[in-house]
Design a protein around this ligand. Structure first.
Ligand code: F6R
Length: 374
């Protein structure tokens, strides 16, 4: 059932174009420029009353939630709070009827996420499940849902469920933006056609990045520590890259916002430290370009201290090739969708390093696929 792949994780990484395609299928019409999410169970009127979105989740799903905060705030101009589900109940959250709760969970069975959902329901909030297992506990208790159609995920390290979550949350953000009238129809069209092209772009990344990541793994598998950096919407991808590496290869990895380095972590940099930097941009988006330029100066702070930078950057970026030792190139797209392309090489990097270190990729020590205790 691994269909010729040596591990489920690699098979699932390669299933991502299909997982994203199945998650957007039927929910997006390029002829009308409309998004339809029939299982939302919230009318446009009800959605217009929402004043804040509160998301709770764990692990990789928490990283998808952090990306969703950037998507929803930027596109639909609605404030979003993201919590670790395991922390949610323990700070007496201030919640009310005009808040929309979103639970992001691959399995739909994570105990902490279920408990956060119960807390939201106790505050009379409508809840929305973004889950990969239809009929699991979280969507059963939710008012509405947006299923991710990634198919069964067997590898303990989540990969295709994550990119499917990002695609589902992007659709929801554009839908909200349409209802709230925060984007022009041209802008919506640009975003939705970018989403339509995404599965083929993921395919292209798989083809071009896999050999590069395999080569990099041979060079870096002996590392004991590593850093992953990103800014804005790319910061949660740095966190996700670090989580993938630590959970399957047991190399200590930390994700940081690029601009935080000078407030402490710069002290860690020496000529042995691998520093993976997400430095992509949408050239048609001035905010994205500005962020990229700031990230470039953060990268220069690392190279000036002889840190070993591996950058994830967009094709045709010659500036970055001059600055750093290694670059993994991905195609460019709209800013809100770049995370889906960026994470793919980071998954492959973690995978090949774990293989090189002889780790049990599909069954890392001390971890379970579904965490049903709090
Ligand atoms: C990491 C990973 C975990 C899960 C977390 C939440 O690769 O898979 O961090 O993301 O345990 O699980 P779900 O999404 O099932 O609620």
């Amino acid at each position: 059932e691994k269909e010729g792949y040596p591990h489920f994780m690699l098979k699932e990484i390669y299933e991502q174009p299909r997982a994203v395609r199945d998650t957007i299928r039927g929910r997006l019409s390029m002829t009308t420029g409309q998004v339809s999410l029939p299982d939302l169970k919230l009318s446009e009127e009800e959605l217009l009353k929402i004043q804040r979105v509160v998301i709770a989740s764990c692990g990789t799903s928490w990283h998808a939630s952090l990306v969703a905060k950037f998507m929803i705030e930027r596109l639909a101009r609605l404030p979003v709070e993201v919590d670790y589900a395991s922390e949610f109940r323990y700070r007496k959250p201030i919640l009310g009827k005009t808040d929309l709760g979103i639970l992001v969970s691959q399995s739909g069975e994570t105990a902490d996420t279920l408990a956060a959902q119960a807390e939201m329901i106790a505050h009379a909030m409508p809840t929305l499940a973004v889950c990969n297992v239809i009929g699991s506990a979280i969507p059963r208790r939710a008012l509405g849902s947006i299923s991710t159609n990634a198919g069964p995920e067997i590898g303990v390290a989540s990969t295709k469920a994550f990119t499917a979550q990002l695609a589902a949350l992007f659709l929801f953000s554009v839908y909200l933006a349409q209802i709230r009238n925060t984007l022009s129809s041209e802008e919506c069209y640009r975003l939705l056609s970018a989403l339509g092209e995404l599965p083929n772009q993921i395919d292209a990344v798989l083809r071009s990045a896999a050999p590069v990541c395999e080569r990099l793994a041979k060079e870096f598998y002996g590392a004991e520590d590593s850093l992953f950096l990103g800014r804005g919407i790319h910061y949660p991808i740095a966190l996700e890259g670090a989580l993938k590496l630590k959970e399957i290869s047991y190399i200590h990895a930390e994700g940081y916002p690029a601009g935080e380095m000078k407030h402490g972590p710069n002290a860690l940099i020496d000529e042995t430290l691998p520093v993976v930097c997400v430095a992509t941009k949408d050239p048609n988006d001035p905010e994205s370009v500005l962020k990229y330029e700031k990230t470039l100066s953060n990268i220069q702070e690392v190279t000036a201290r002889n840190g070993r930078v591996i950058a994830v950057a967009c094709e045709n970026d010659q500036e970055i090739s001059r600055l750093v030792e290694h670059v993994i190139f991905i195609p460019s797209t709209v800013e809100a969708l770049l995370p889906i392309l960026e994470v793919v090489p980071l998954q492959l990097f973690a995978y090949y390093i774990a293989v090189e270190r002889g780790c049990d990729v599909d069954q890392p020590r001390n971890l379970a696929k579904s965490v049903t205790v709090e």
